[in-house]
Design a protein around this ligand. Structure first.
Ligand code: FES
Length: 103
């Protein structure tokens, strides 16, 4: 299982538990879990509606791509913890992570 925590817009921390064998991005998992992510670009790193902050476990996710960094750079409220959920694959590296939805 892959287990990580998500803080929603109301500030509530919720734990997601997912099987390791589903080939989805973190954005797709969050949408499927009914978090309010528009994902208007369909996961192409072009809309930033899947903006999240990774407060714990970011070092295990690998560095963002140039396309992801370029998009994050356009966000006025981006922080050093900012990532695009569509650019993160669901996998064991998310175990123990804490993410915050930024939209
Ligand atoms: S879904 Fe558009 S940037 Fe991630």
């Amino acid at each position: 299982m892959i287990i990580f925590d998500v803080r929603n817009a109301a500030g509530e921390l919720q734990t997601l538990e997912l099987p390791t064998d589903i080939n989805l991005s973190l954005m797709e998992v969050l949408k499927a879990s009914e978090y309010p992510i528009a994902a208007t670009c369909g996961g192409m790193a072009l809309c930033a509606t899947c903006h999240i902050e990774v407060l714990k476990g970011a070092e295990k996710l690998g560095p963002p791509t140039d396309a992801e960094l370029d998009m994050i750079d356009t966000l006025p409220h981006a922080t050093a913890h900012s990532r695009l959920a569509c650019q993160i694959r669901l996998g064991e590296q998310l175990n123990g992570a804490v993410i915050v939805l930024k939209g």
